[in-house]
Design a binder for this molecule. Structure first.
Ligand code: AMP
Length: 219
């Protein structure tokens, strides 16, 4: 099963992708994570992408399309994948259609996480992750069960993304509405779009997503 999670920054794409990987055995492909790794490693892609990401802009289509083209042919993608943060432009969506067609793969669904714009800045500026395993938390909505200790791995080290600050968030939202929101119409027209209420509690959103996946026939 091959899926896309679509929604503005802070909609919960990463959280839901993580939940689906556990229940469905799919691989989560986050271009944001891949780019952050490239920045950390100081690769040529990372050097090109770093400043753009810090400003909240979009990395050039050619760069991310190349990354995804290589990644979806890896053996771990054979049972399917969840694209989290890709495609983000119509050009990327068209390139994905070609990539999937070339590999005789199909897109099963595009799940849109619908959220109130007003909630996004708060959601993003409050979020942080475990520095060791990457588990996600939020200052008010989702704290670890024991304060300062990661529920998943027990680490006491946490980090915030450099681009999760109010000014960058506004640029990221602008990029979303200018470049990415048209994909909702693109996938609706292709009959692939499913929409869930991304304002519901995390577990309820996961149930809605699972309901959609249950309705998709296995290949
Ligand atoms: P994310 O982790 O998905 O919020 O992505 C973080 C940042 O990485 C974005 O604000 C963009 O600068 C960049 N990025 C991630 N995915 C893409 C993409 N598909 N196209 C262009 N830029 C991307």
């Amino acid at each position: 099963m091959n899926l896309i999670l679509l929604g503005p920054p802070g909609a919960g794409k990463g959280t839901q992708a993580e939940a689906i990987t556990k229940t469905r055995g799919l691989v989560q492909l986050s271009t944001g994570d891949m780019l952050r790794q490239a920045v950390k490693a100081g690769t040529p892609v990372g050097i090109e992408a770093g400043a753009i990401m810090e400003a909240g802009g979009l990395v050039p289509d050619e760069v991310v399309i190349k990354i995804i083209a290589e990644r979806i042919t890896a053996p771990d993608c054979v049972n399917g994948f969840i694209l989290d943060g890709f495609p983000r432009t119509l050009k990327q969506a068209a390139a994905l259609d070609v990539l999937l067609g070339d590999q005789n793969k199909k897109l099963d669904a595009v799940i849109e996480l619908k959220v109130d714009d007003a909630a996004l800045v708060d959601r993003i500026s409050g979020r942080y992750m475990c520095a060791d395993c990457g588990a996600s938390y939020h200052d008010t909505n989702c704290q670890p069960k024991v304060a300062g200790v990661c529920d998943r791995c027990g680490s006491t080290q946490f980090v915030r993304r450099a681009d999760d600050n109010a000014e960058t968030v506004r640029n990221r939202l602008m990029a979303y509405y200018r470049e990415t929101a048209p994909l909702i119409g693109y996938y609706f027209a292709k009959g692939k779009l499913k929409t869930v209420d991304g304002m519901a509690p995390i577990a309820d959103v996961t149930k809605q997503v699972e309901g959609i996946l249950a309705g998709i026939a296995s290949p």
